[in-house]
Design a protein around this ligand. Structure first.
Ligand SMILES: Cc1ncc(C[n+]2csc(CCOP(=O)(O)OP(=O)(O)O)c2C)c(N)n1
Ligand SMILES: [Mg+2]
Length: 534
């Protein structure tokens, strides 16, 4: 195709550029080379990664931090399947992501085409919508629709498959744009009814899902908290109400007499409602119609952030009784066990995970973005630090996303340091994204809590089967700092507590991606007296 002729690929990139997408997180492949080529004149950058799942994790972080869709572009068949696992994380984090996957040509369908796969069917369980972009005349239309879908209602991932022949075909842009998807607005009577219920309750509580826990949606929830004095808690950890970040507030969940669920399903993370007292009244405000649930007194379909803002306005018009309940919940959320202070200052080797938190704390308080993965070390870090902004593995409960997410976080927030904390096992998932970080000019600092095992699973084995039956969870105390060096980054090995702060300072000022490999004690993550879970 001669340069200058509009093709499917150029239409696609034009549509992304017109929507303000500055970069694609990608990994090359036969079926998407036409898109790579089309980016050259169009000011859309390619951040090319070492694994398709990493590209999606990056798009996910971008989506969460900017509230604009992060876009991943991968190749057909196996590339697409590699990307799928990471889409699950984006779905559970309610993160706006668009996955674009090259696909075999339309005319070869069902004939055993190279890397042929029903990609739409494969993506469907983990996305809000998926379809194949089969009509070159609809590319601009479909891209705009997919981007709007990803951010509307409950944000989440959307997938488009791009047959290679569509990308290479001459592409008029004939289809008119759809109107933006509508989200239901809360009615006046419902708003008054909810505010009345909140005012009547003695111990009301707002529980939010992941999207309501960040950005402008979180600000709307905060306005409601300020207007009513009703405390809000984000339920966004794979450990649900056992989230150590909730600390003592988890125990107060069972004391609430009214719970307002804002975009938060009564799912496993709330023990399907069993985490709440049996007499607790539940009001559910969700962007999607919910199946009727026994314990829900009032269920409304409405955009929860807009509803929270409206409820705040309605609530401001009336008086609110003074109550110590909000303070009780908020101070329980922040209260630390008595032993933590000593652990933060401990000179012990291997290091206590809270000693690592103590070294990270000043940077986090000064505005660094914290990315914390799962596992026991990840949970210590999530519980032990109070950052302004954090990205966590989230309700997906999957490990491995933190390193690629940190790369995208640094690109989204170039003026802020980015600290990514993860266990040694987790580091192995996407360690090679250090190479991507270097090429993309994203000098992140990765802090590896190295206990030479998959400790989260080791801990469960000890608890459930006994010390004598731990199996299959050992790792080696490997020199992950040298992995960073081998890839052109900066490495630090920390064996003694006194060396931690200087090592971290050197890593932060290295100007290159860095790994601080800290030998830690493999301790179980803290629990706060709630029922033991996973
Ligand atoms: C994709 C995925 N695979 C496996 C698991 C199960 N899993 C959860 S935590 C964990 C151990 C993590 O080990 P590490 O990163 O070393 O952290 P540690 O628990 O040792 O601090 C494993 C295997 C998971 N949650 N997600
Ligand atoms: Mg470990």
């Amino acid at each position: 195709m001669a340069a200058g002729t509009a093709t499917g690929a150029t239409r696609l990139v034009d549509a992304l550029a017109a929507a303000g997408v500055p970069r694609l997180f990608t990994l090359s492949g036969n079926q998407i080379l036409s898109v790579f080529d089309a980016t050259l004149e169009r000011g859309v950058a390619l951040v090319h990664t070492r694994h398709e799942a990493a590209a999606v994790h990056m798009a996910d972080a971008w989506g969460r931090l900017t509230e604009r869709p992060g876009v991943a572009l991968v190749t057909a068949g196996p590339g697409h399947l590699n990307a799928i696992s990471a889409l699950y994380g984006a779905r559970m984090a309610e993160s706006p992501v668009l996955l674009l996957s090259g696909a075999s040509p339309r005319g070869q369908r069902g004939r055993g085409a190279f890397q042929e796969l029903d990609q739409v069917a494969a993506a469907r369980p983990v996305v809000k919508a998926a379809w194949s972009l089969d009509d070159p005349a609809r590319i601009g239309h479909d891209v705009a629709r997919a981007l709007a879908l990803a951010t509307s209602g409950r944000p989440g991932p959307v997938h488009l498959s791009l047959p290679g022949d569509v990308l290479e075909a001459a592409a008029p842009d004939a289809a008119p744009a759809d109107p933006a998807p509508e989200t239901a607005v809360i009615g006046e009577r419902d708003a008054l009814a909810i505010v009345a219920l909140l005012a009547e309750a003695r111990r009301p509580l707002i529980l939010t899902g992941p999207a309501l826990g960040r950005g402008p949606r979180r600000a709307a929830v905060q306005r409601l908290v300020e207007a009513t004095g009703v405390p809000a808690l984000a339920i966004e950890s794979p450990r649900g109400v056992n989230d150590p970040w909730l600390r003592g507030a988890a125990a107060l969940l069972g004391e609430a007499d009214l719970v307002l669920l804002l975009g938060k399903p009564l799912d496993y993370s709330l023990r399907f409602g069993q985490a709440l007292a049996s007499g607790c009244r539940i009001v559910a405000l969700d962007p999607e119609p919910a199946a009727p649930a026994e314990r829900v007194a009032l269920a409304l379909t409405a955009d929860p952030a807009a509803a929270a803002a409206r409820l705040a306005e309605v609530a401001s018009a009336r008086g609110w009784p003074a109550s110590r309940w909000r303070e009780e919940v908020e101070s329980a959320r922040l209260a630390e066990p008595a032993t933590w202070e000593a652990a933060r200052r401990s000179a012990r080797a291997p290091l206590h995970p809270l000693r690592v938190c103590a070294a990270l704390a000043p940077h986090v308080q000064a505005g660094a973005v914290l990315v914390a993965d799962g596992g026991e070390f990840g949970q210590w870090v999530q519980a032990g630090l109070e950052p302004r902004e954090r990205l966590i593995n989230g309700l997906s409960g999957s490990i491995g996303s933190a390193l690629p997410m940190a790369v995208a976080a640094r690109l989204a927030c170039p003026a802020r340091p980015v600290l990514a904390a993860m266990g040694d096992g987790t580091f192995g998932f996407h360690a090679f994204e250090l190479d991507t970080a270097l090429r993309a000019g994203a000098p992140i600092v990765v802090v590896v809590g190295n206990d030479a095992r998959w400790n989260a699973e080791h801990t469960l084995q000890r608890r459930h089967y006994g010390e004598a039956r731990v199996v299959g969870c050992e790792l080696l105390p490997s020199r992950y700092d040298r992995v960073a060096e081998a890839l052109g980054g900066h490495g630090e090995l920390v064996e003694r507590a006194a060396d931690l702060e200087p090592a971290l300072a050197r890593a932060l000022s290295a100007g290159r991606p860095a790994v601080v490999n800290v030998l830690i004690e493999g301790l179980p993550a803290p629990t706060f007296g709630t029922v033991a879970g996973h």
